[in-house]
Design a protein around this ligand. Sequence first.
Ligand code: FAD
Length: 407
Amino acid sequence: MKIGVVGGGPGGMMAAIWAARSGNHEIHLFEKNEKLGKKLFITGKGRCNLCNDCEDSYFFEQVVNNSSFLYSSYYTFPPYQTMEFFESLGLHLKVERGNRVFPKSDHSSDVIKALQKELEKQGVQIHLKEEVKSLEKKKNFVLGTNRNQYELDKVILATGGITYSSTGSTGDGYVWAKHFGHKLIETRAGLVGIKTNQEKKENLMGLTLKNVELYGKTKRKTYRFFGDLLLTHYGISGPIALSMSSYINREKNPEIWVDLKPALTKEQLDQRMQREIQKQSNRSLQKIMETLLPKSLVGNFLSQWNLDHEKKANQITKEERSQIIEGLKKYPLPYKGLFQQDTGIITSGGVSVKEIDPSTMESKKVEGLYFVGEMMDVDALTGGFNLQIAFSTGHLAGVSVGSEERK
Ligand SMILES: Cc1cc2nc3c(=O)[nH]c(=O)nc-3n(C[C@H](O)[C@H](O)[C@H](O)COP(=O)(O)OP(=O)(O)OC[C@H]3O[C@@H](n4cnc5c(N)ncnc54)[C@H](O)[C@@H]3O)c2cc1C
């Protein structure tokens, strides 16, 4: 059988390897860049967090959209098999905080090298700098590139999403999916910074608020994430803001706020403030607040509620104290949208999973057409889960396409 795989990212490479391992087929892998895995190269800040050695239930909790669609592909190729697979290719791995798995060398390039070597070993024909321009189905598939035309029995699409487009992920596969009658779910950046009216408060830029709780209230649900929040020139970023973005990226006007003291109740905060006031009765409100918040935030915090920074501690009224406590527990970050789409770590939306068979990754509309990875409407939080999706779906498509006899 002649099989074409479009896209030399993690999903496409995995699919090509397993299609080749599954039988005596002629496999062509098309990648428009001059090398394989350009996006893979920048993952995990160049270290490639390639999967997460977690419990199965935890994996599914980290998937933001359509987790149940992934049951078959995940259970056929779960994280421990991803790890075994890479170790068998000679890539040694290590597990870090939060069960995140990295290559021992800390170089994503080693992950790419391992995959490329296996592709070559399996006899996959790698077509670099060969951009797929058209895809039709007559009796067989006719795939046109900038160089040639190919007649193929089966085609796996693994062209990725739309963010970090300089890596080659420019949404090309959506066009063919639509052409073949597939429904597309509108794409949005996920794991992306959030713009808030903190913008231009230059003294706050670069400040990390540690161990805070970020809230996002939509019409349907209130989401919350605990951890570190980074204040930027446009609003908020850092792990918990990125996670939040993936849940609110379809909302018009979510209400966002942060609990600056999640470990303390309002009553405990009030007692603590009263203690500070008693200890330092002649000091300013500014100084009292510096015992509770990072110094650079205190000015903005007090101005937000028109509180007098210089007011002596022993003159602070009960109302002012209660205003401060409310503010500490619910510091508003009015939402202004998501930061630039291209900076999203992931694309949410894409080819609707309703029209893809989850047990094979084959299109329910076009026989012999398969989908893999980020181009489908599946996305997860950070921690190695998105690459696991690419590997699991790539493996399943490869095994399915390769083991089926031509009809
Ligand atoms: C900065 C950053 C850091 C990340 N870090 C992590 C991490 O540590 N862990 C994790 O799990 N996930 C991480 N991700 C997410 C992860 O990289 C993606 O989910 C994953 O790469 C998706 O794999 P894919 O194969 O589906 O698509 P892609 O990796 O996007 O690959 C698609 C490939 O298809 C090629 N292509 C597209 N159109 C054509 C065409 N017409 N013809 C030929 N080739 C074409 C592209 O050039 C590209 O190489 C990160 C993402 C970013 C942006």
